[in-house]
Design a protein around this ligand. Structure first.
Ligand code: IVH
Length: 683
């Protein structure tokens, strides 16, 4: 090859690698397989090594440090970025308003206003301004820590770099949604197709891919927009009301949504929802519901949050999209807790922009209720992230009988599967499950998938597909094996290559320190969801203390009573925890895992209140607050709230009508306060 030919080849390789790098973050438009990408880099490296005088200074081989794996820096959210609870029916909305009133102990006739505004289908971002200047911008991430996408957000035209108007606090964090509107989306996709690239699936994916570009110039070329609708840290109050705050955002230069209105009754809120629903197609951007928020910010503060969502807001979702297709088969899936679920295999059909080929049939009773058979035409629905479900058989089933039974043995390992009988009610559980535990491959794989899932260990590049592959190769049989994988062997696998093996190793190493609540949730114990895991972590604070409690918590012991006393942890959870830790096999799995990773201590909540670390019990009728608000307030000040009095109780707050708990507290010498004394204590 002549020098000219080599130069041409080098230029070609560099261009290909650059464009693959640029597409690296567009999750939905992968340009090359890892193996193809590695082949390009290897050829470039070898060619440069053989002809160093032709090497260009800005070759990608010279900027290894800038390679994607670190992606973006992290930004910790000083105020957590939360999600929203959902309402699906008008009744859910009426119940939401009633729940808010109950929590605040407000009489039915006390006035109470709610804002209603479209729920934008984009991705949320937080913008931090100091003295009116945009200083940083982050994605939501897991709600606690997001990615630093400042340079990219700066390129969004309608995000002010300097605030306009006046009166903003020195520190102001404005939050809202980054999105792409329909007209821009169409233009963008035409350009993609013209360049021989795949079209984006929907505006949301296109917006997410565009915001997470390594090169801000690429983001700048994308038609991103921003709506401001809430805030995080502020150094001074910005308003007394939600509506007022959003009006100020508008004065300071932000785009806010013109469809936002304030209402006094659930009927008005619901009417507004239907108005927005009717306008949906004409709005010009994707929305997937209407968000209602308590307008009074003082009331919002009193309402506070439950685990991941505020009590003062709810998303009223638009109805699920439906479609009709054919049921081709009913398969049986084994879940991580041993539950057998019948799964409908369908003739693939597009529902709301997504191809659906599987749907859940829930359990055997549901199949018999639907009287559904293979070959039937069925109506299915898909709502947001929820697994699609089969709604009904299209056609007359009145003459049919149906007596479908799930297999009584696990289809994978052959263990017996039974329907539990509730000891108290005598009712037979709708779910058939079996208890062979992790020695069944199906259950083991599902547990491993859960272990690495987004809300658990959240390991980038280690999803369901990779778990199945590594399990099949016997490289991962239990969680600890994830941390001793052989990455050289992985690099040799088809579809992997060195780059993704290295990225995977880094992603796994990044999880060697893990929050207590995430770790407990990741173990996949039945009935232990994120909410419970977080309550348990806040109670025991260290994994060590929790584990010790699990070892000694036999019925009748103090450790058992303590576990039961954690507010929000009931007999179902306690049984499941003791069942899990009662198994020698499970304990050994945890021990091996703890040789690989460190569980971080949970944070002690608010440190300097007079009730921090104290155990409080409420009893009798409270007059100033609802019981729920009193509990939530105590917890936010760092107290543990328990449902029963024991030697560990520090304070009993007793309202009128207090009975046995008051008696027991007096016997044990526990400090007892009236509601007024309690209010004085907590200020
Ligand atoms: S308020 C504390 N308002 O929906 C509550 N969220 O499902 C903060 N979203 O993560 C959110 N439109 O990304 C709010 N008008 C709106 C919204 C909205 C879209 C998104 C947001 C949030 C998600 C929760």
């Amino acid at each position: 090859m002549s020098d000219a030919d080599i130069k041409k080849r080098l230029k070609y390789l560099i261009q290909e690698i650059r464009s693959a790098d640029a597409l690296y973050y567009q999750d939905d438009n992968p340009a090359l397989s890892d193996a193809e990408y590695d082949a390009l880099r290897t050829e470039l490296r070898e060619l440069e090594a053989a002809h160093p005088h032709l090497m260009s200074k800005d070759s990608p081989t010279q900027s290894v440090g800038a390679k994607p794996s670190g992606k973006f820096g992290k930004i910790a959210h000083t105020v957590a970025m939360l999600s929203l609870d959902n309402a699906f029916t008008d009744d859910d909305v009426v119940e939401f308003v009633a729940r808010v009133r109950r929590f605040l102990n407000l009489p039915d006739d006390a006035p109470m206003a709610f804002t209603a505004e479209p729920k934008i289908d984009g991705l949320s971002a937080a913008l931090r301004y100091v003295n009116g200047q945009l200083v940083s911008g982050a994605t939501r991430g897991d709600g606690k820590v997001g990615e630093d996408v400042t340079a990219n957000l700066r390129t969004v035209d309608n995000i002010p770099k300097t605030l306009t108007g006046s009166g903003w606090p020195d520190v102001l964090e404005v939050r809202g949604e980054v999105y792409i509107d329909h007209a821009d989306f169409d233009t963008m996709n035409e350009a993609q197709l013209a360049a021989g690239k795949d079209a984006y699936k929907n505006p949301r994916n296109a917006a997410a891919g565009s915001l997470r570009q390594i090169d801000p110039n690429v983001t700048a070329s994308r038609p991103l927009k921003f709506f401001a609708y809430t805030w995080g840290e502020v150094s001074a109050d910005i308003s007394d009301t939600q509506m007022g705050a959003v009006e100020r955002f508008s004065d300071w230069g932000f785009a806010t949504n013109a469809e936002m209105k304030c209402h006094a009754t659930p009927a008005q809120m619901i009417a507004h929802y239907h108005e927005i629903e009717a306008k949906r197609a004409a709005l010009g951007y994707d929305i997937d519901g209407v968000v209602y928020k308590v307008n009074d910010l003082e009331l919002q503060a009193r309402l506070g949050f439950v685990s991941r969502a505020p009590r003062w807001a709810i998303a009223h979702k638009f109805p699920a999209e439906k479609a009709i297709t054919t049921l081709e088969a009913i398969d049986v899936q084994v879940g991580r807790t041993g539950a057998l679920t019948p799964v409908a295999r369908l003739t693939p059909i597009t529902v709301g922009g997504v191809v659906v080929s599987n749907a859940t049939l829930h359990n055997e009773d549901e199949i018999n209720r639907l009287k559904v058979r293979v070959g039937d035409s069925v109506e299915i629905q898909r709502a947001g992230d929820v697994i699609p479900q089969v709604l009904r058989v299209v056609g007359d089933t009145s003459g049919r009988t149906s007596d479908y039974h799930l297999p009584h043995e696990c289809p994978v390992c052959g263990a017996e599967a039974v329907r539990d009988v509730d000891e108290k009610t005598g009712r037979v559980d709708v779910v058939r499950r079996y208890t062979n535990g992790l020695s069944c491959p199906a259950q083991a794989i599902e547990s491993l998938k859960h272990f690495v899932s987004r809300r658990a260990l959240d390991i980038d590049g280690l999803g369901a597909k990779q778990i199945e592959l590594f399990y099949e190769k016997a490289w991962i049989k239990e969680p600890a094996d994830i941390f001793t994988l052989n990455f050289d062997a992985i690099a040799q696998l088809e579809g992997f290559g060195e780059t993704s093996a290295t990225n995977l190793r880094e992603a796994i190493n990044a999880r060697r320190e893990i929050d207590f609540d995430r770790f407990l949730y990741a173990l996949g114990i039945r009935h232990i969801g994120q909410g419970n895991a977080s309550l348990i972590a806040k109670h025991y604070l260290t994994w060590h203390k929790f584990e010790a409690a699990m070892e000694s918590a036999k019925i009748g012991t103090d450790a058992y009573a303590e576990l039961m006393s954690i507010d929000g942890v009931g007999p179902g959870q306690v049984d499941a925890l003791l069942g899990f830790f009662g198994s020698e096999n499970n304990r050994a799995i945890v021990v091996r895992l703890l040789m690989q990773i460190t569980v971080k201590d949970a944070e002690v909540p608010a440190s300097n209140s007079p009730i921090t670390g104290k155990t409080v019990v409420f009893t009798g009728k409270l007059e100033r607050f609802s019981r729920d608000e009193a509990k939530a307030r105590a917890q936010s000040l760092g107290a543990k709230v328990s449902g029963s009095v024991s030697a560990k109780t520090d304070i009993l707050v007793a309202g009128p009508g207090a009975g046995s708990k008051l008696k027991k507290a007096t016997e044990l010498g526990v400090k007892t306060l009236t509601e007024d004394e309690w209010l004085q204590l907590i200020g």
